[in-house]
Design a protein around this ligand. Structure first.
Ligand code: NAD
Ligand code: TDX
Length: 337
């Protein structure tokens, strides 16, 4: 299928995972051109696309809920990879409304345009749609796990997954869906766990751990997420869902203490803070289907190396995060987190 993919629309391409995907495509798929559609919310940053070849990457500033704009972009492309979303659980608990608008109505708007143009559509989703697992449960999520989202964020992503499947079954839109675990790497907004702690330490603030710190997340480097999404776009069976994960289960306290140690601080130098309401306990991905059926494998197999490089990126790019840091920490302070 890849022979026919020469021009893709990437929604949310100025955000963390979307921008890493755009760089990955430009670096690894020399025949492909990219049109990024991004509203540049608080989470989008044009600097994330610096260094992209202007002959192969066009930036379009706009909203995925703008049906006319989406229609005009889809008329000229071969495929859409849909990353745009409101993506932070804590924000969704404070104010769910933009999550419903972007994640549900925005995905609907894209699907309608995909239906009109018969557009190949890949939907980027999250493992959080499956809810959580107990800490002592040997099970991991598979493509057959029941949907059981906990937060306004994850329920809006679950709703978007259902829309995408319905547009395939009812209208025959050529879709695939991926549900990935927690990403880490450069250019992640400093509201998220790893960059928040790294930038706290650089700024002389104490890291903040929610609840009892035993919650488990399954970490994957964002470049491995990019290669998996491309593999599914190229080789995935239409109508199918693939889980993306790299066997990276770690408790939050272990990750935090690894960051403190890597940055030369005392591993106990952090604050316990109020837990997130409805906080999911554990995520764990079984990515056998993607590996066996499509032959994908992650390349970043050392979490400590990936973490060290990520820490280095935040150390080298303080101007990228300094303004957002003040606003973000004020928000957390008001929440007692
Ligand atoms: P992010 O918050 O860093 O970036 C989101 C991007 O979408 C931003 O550039 C923002 O400006 C843009 N955007 C938001 N609303 C928009 C709208 N209405 N129209 C156009 N653009 C809009 O998010 P991220 O962490 O890079 O996540 C990207 C995608 O991957 C999301 O769909 C998320 O659900 C999914 N995902 C994230 C993770 C993770 O660990 N971060 C894991 C699995 C799946
Ligand atoms: O300061 C903090 N302290 C803390 O203990 C923050 C910001 C988070 N946490 C905890 C909460 C989670 O257990 O760390 C864990 C990770 O938190 P987040 O970075 O907010 O990620 P999470 O809620 O797990 O969701 C992420 O992975 C799945 C992404 O934000 C989602 O977009 C993705 O779908």
């Amino acid at each position: 299928m890849s022979e026919s993919i020469e021009h893709i629309v990437v929604t949310g391409g100025a955000g963390f995972i979307g921008s890493n995907f755009v760089h990955w495509v430009l670096d690894n798929k020399p025949a492909v051109r990219v049109s990024v559609l991004d509203a540049l919310t608080y989470a989008g940053n044009l600097e994330n696309l610096e260094g992209c070849d202007p002959d192969r990457m066009t930036f379009v500033h706009g909203d995925i809920c703008d049906a006319d704009l989406v229609d005009s972009l889809f008329a000229e492309a071969d495929a859409c990879v849909h990353f745009a979303a409101e993506s932070h659980n804590d924000n969704s608990i404070s104010d769910p409304s933009p999550f419903l608008k972007t994640n549900v109505y925005g995905t609907f708007t894209l699907l309608e345009a995909a239906r009109k143009h018969g557009m190949r559509f890949h939907h980027v989703s999250t493992d959080e749609v499956y809810g959580d697992l107990a800490l002592d449960d040997p099970a991991r999520f598979t493509e057959d796990s029941p949907y059981k989202p906990s937060s306004p964020y994850s329920s809006s992503k679950a709703a978007s997954d259902h829309l995408v499947r319905a547009w395939h079954r009812t209208y025959g839109v050529p879709i695939t869906i991926s549900n990935c675990s927690n990403n880490y790497g450069p250019r992640q907004h400093i509201e998220k766990f790893i960059p928040r702690q790294v930038t706290n330490i650089i700024s002389g603030l104490r890291p903040k751990l929610y609840g009892d710190g035993k919650n488990i997340r399954d970490w994957i480097h964002t470049e491995d997420h990019s290669s998996a999404v491309w593999t599914i776009l190229e080789k995935g069976r239409l109508g199918e869902t693939y889980l993306i994960g790299a066997d990276g289960e770690r408790s939050n306290i272990d990750v935090l203490q690894a960051i403190l140690t890597a940055m030369g601080s005392n591993p106990d130098d952090f604050d316990w803070v109020k837990d997130r309401p409805g906080h999911d306990r554990r995520y764990a991905i079984d990515s056998s289907k993607l590996r066996k059926e499509l032959g994908w494998e992650p390349l970043h197999t050392s979490f400590s190396e990936g973490l060290a490089e990520t820490i280095e990126w935040y150390r080298n790019n303080p101007a990228w995060w300094a303004d957002a840091k003040r606003v973000t920490e004020d928000k957390y302070k008001a929440l007692g987190q």
